[in-house]
Design a protein around this ligand. Sequence first.
Ligand code: ZN
Length: 266
Amino acid sequence: MKSFLLLLFLVASHVAAETNPEGVEVKKSRLLLLPASTVENSAAQQYGQLMRAAQQKNALNQDPKQLDRLHRIARQLVPHATRFNKQAQKWTWEVNLISSKSVNAFCMPGGKIAFFTGILDSLQLTDDEVATIMGHEIGHALLEHGRARMSEQLLKNIGISAAAIMLNLGQVSAELLAQAANLAVSLPYARRQEADADLVGLELAARAGYDPRAAVVVWQKMSKYAQTAGRGQPPQFLSTHPANETRIKQIEANLPKVMPLYKKTP
Ligand SMILES: [Zn+2]
């Protein structure tokens, strides 16, 4: 019985690629051992802790103008998110701005977005550029890359069998989950996941009325910044997001799929 359930679960978790009549094509086919709700709860806790820590240092949402901008861009991107993940409709989206020189931004599972002032200031990002970065990060959340990685980390590092996780989640302690979530946030994603997040970002930006061509500029700025920032302090975002030719080429190759969407917007 148990092995039957296991098989059923594995089959069910290998869902086919989302079909999209227009726009980009991305795959959602990984071993998602952990339930989405478990991953989202764990992410929400971690996010809450991070924001409280920032607040204690007076580093949370200190720039109302920039924060307004982030909120406005998120409000325009989020309605299109369900194209890539229907569950996103039920997410409690959050956007916060952390005062820090760190060149970084992320969206944790369940729609918990954070931008660091460092990425806005160092790269002098325009609205279009912010939208493609935010779209990319939202893409990771929608395609459940964090969930996939947390599932992998639990299996790999903690050595719990797949069956144990699936059939008796109660045995996975909150501590182990937090550990997996930590690893999931600090490690780079796979190249394929990065590429897919780029595509989702392009489409979300385009549908929201932001010029998706800005994505190319973002990665050019990012790579230039990395060269001038010196070896001592590589920007955090770049350690998980290599700004290379392949990435830029893939983005350029996919622009024709999203430009019509952008042009349709008022
Ligand atoms: Zn990414």
